[in-house]
Design a binder for this molecule. Structure first.
Ligand code: GAF
Length: 372
C-alpha cells in the first residue's frame, strides 16, 4: 500500500477569505475588513521521526505523487503549492520550533488563483495541524506571523498579513476589522442573510498570482517609495493634502488610493452597524473606481464583472483581493442574485471569455480541528 493510500483522516481545515473593504492597505499599516468564507482547505498529517517531509495535494496535476524534501528545507527547494506547505515548516524551524518530519496531505474547495486566498488557507491549515499535533499551542498571532513568513520569505509573495489573520479569526455572521499596525481585531456583526442580502463572488478566472514578481510587488514598492518621499512611517500616516504634494503621478495615484481606502474601511464599518446597505453598496463602487483608476490594479474582466453586476441591480460591486485578475464581489438583494449572475455570464460570453464562476459566500468560522 502506498503512503498516499494510508492517509489518516482529515484532521484540520482553514478557510479562504473575501475582503469587504481595504485593498492593499494591509502592508501600508492600514485597516482591512475581511471575512472567512465557507470554502476551506483540509489537512491530514502524520509525524515522522526521520526528518523527511512528504507532501500530497489532491489538487496537484499528479495527486498520487509526493513532493519530497526534508525539514531542513530552505527557500527554493520546492515550488508551486508545495512551497506554501514546506514554507510553514521552514518558518517554524527559523523560529526555533523543531518539526521531526511529517507526511502531509491537503485537499479543499477554495478556488485556486481566484483571489480568495487559497495560499493562506493552505498555510494556515498546515500551521494549525502542526501546532496541534506537536502540542505547541503557539496562539493565533504567532501562527499568523509564521504563515505570513512562509508566504513572504519561502514562497516569495510579498503580501501583507490580512489573509492569514482572516483564515484564523473568522467568525460566522461577522466581518473582522483588523488594524494591521496594532494587530487589534474587532469582530463586527454582519448579518447579510438576515437583511435579505447575498454577497456574490464573481470569479473571473482571469489569471492572478502574487508570487510572480509582477504587479503586486511593484505596487507595494510604489507605496513604500511614496511613504519615504512623504517622510512618514507608512501611508497610513499620510493625509490627502500630503498626497497632493507628490509630484510623481503614479506615486500620487497609488498613495491617494491607500488614504481614501482606509477611510472607506471605517465608512463600511459604520454602514454595517447602521444596516445602511445602499450606503455600503456605494462604498463598494467607490472602492472599485479607486482600485481601477488610482491604484490601477483592476483588469478588463474585473471591470466588466463589476459593471454587469451593478447594471443588473447589485447595490454595489468591487474587485476583492490582490487584483490583476481573480474575483469581484457584488452586494445584492437575495432576489437579484440570479439575474446578477446571469448578467455577468452574458457579459463574459459577449467578450468570448470563459464563463465566470458566480457563487454566494457568507461569513464563516476560522481555522481549526475537524470533528472526527
Ligand atoms: C493579497 C495579499 F495577500 C493581502 O496581504 C492583501 O495585500 C491583498 O492582496 C490586497 O488587499 O490577498
Amino acid at each position: 500500500m502506498t503512503a498516499a493510500q494510508q492517509r489518516p483522516d482529515w484532521g484540520w481545515a482553514a478557510p479562504g477569505r473575501v475582503n469587504l473593504m481595504g485593498e492593499h492597505t494591509d502592508y501600508n499599516d492600514g485597516w482591512v475588513l475581511p471575512f472567512a468564507i465557507g470554502q476551506r482547505t483540509r489537512c491530514a498529517l502524520r509525524l515522522r521521526d526521520d526528518g523527511r517531509l512528504r507532501l500530497w495535494s489532491a489538487q496537484s496535476d499528479s495527486p498520487g505523487l509526493a513532493v519530497e524534501t526534508t525539514t531542513a528545507t530552505t527557500p527554493g527547494d520546492v515550488s508551486g503549492w508545495a512551497s506554501y506547505v514546506a514554507g510553514v515548516v521552514w518558518a517554524m524551524a527559523e523560529d526555533g520550533i523543531d518539526v521531526p518530519g511529517a507526511d502531509i496531505w491537503v485537499d479543499g474547495d477554495v478556488p485556486l488563483g481566484a483571489g480568495l486566498s487559497s495560499s493562506a488557507a493552505l498555510e494556515i491549515a498546515v500551521a494549525v495541524a502542526l501546532d496541534d499535533t506537536l502540542g505547541l499551542d503557539l496562539g493565533r498571532t504567532r501562527l499568523a506571523a509564521l504563515a505570513r513568513k512562509a508566504e513572504n520569505d519561502y514562497a516569495g509573495a510579498p503580501t501583507g498579513v490580512m489573509d492569514q489573520v482572516a483564515s484564523l479569526h473568522g467568525r460566522a455572521g461577522h466581518v473582522l476589522l483588523l488594524d494591521t499596525r496594532t494587530m487589534e481585531i474587532e469582530q463586527v456583526p454582519a448579518d447579510l442573510a438576515g437583511a435579505g442580502l447575498t454577497l456574490l463572488v464573481i470569479d473571473t478566472r482571469a489569471s492572478h498570482a502574487l508570487s510572480d514578481g509582477g504587479g503586486y510587488a511593484s505596487v507595494r514598492r510604489d507605496c513604500e517609495r511614496a511613504a519615504a518621499t512623504l517622510g512618514v512611517r507608512a501611508l497610513r500616516d499620510a493625509t490627502l493634502a500630503d498626497v497632493q504634494t507628490l509630484t510623481e503621478d503614479s506615486l500620487r495615484h497609488r498613495a491617494r488610493h491607500i488614504v481614501t481606502e482606509n477611510a472607506r474601511v471605517h465608512e463600511a464599518v459604520g454602514q454595517l452597524r447602521d444596516a445602511d446597505w445602499t450606503g455600503l453598496g456605494r462604498t463598494f463602487d467607490a472602492s472599485h473606481a479607486s482600485l481601477r483608476d488610482d491604484f490601477r490594479i483592476s483588469c478588463e474582466e474585473l471591470d466588466v464583472a463589476v459593471e454587469a453586476a451593478t447594471g443588473a441591480g447589485a447595490l454595489g460591486a468591487r474587485m476583492t483581493g490582490g487584483g490583476f485578475g481573480g474575483s469581484a464581489v457584488a452586494l445584492v438583494r437575495r432576489e437579484d442574485a440570479e439575474p446578477v449572475g446571469e448578467a455577468c455570464r452574458r457579459a463574459f460570453a459577449d467578450h468570448d471569455w470563459p464563463e465566470p464562476h458566480v457563487f454566494a459566500v457568507e461569513p464563516s468560522p476560522g481555522a481549526g480541528r475537524l470533528e472526527r
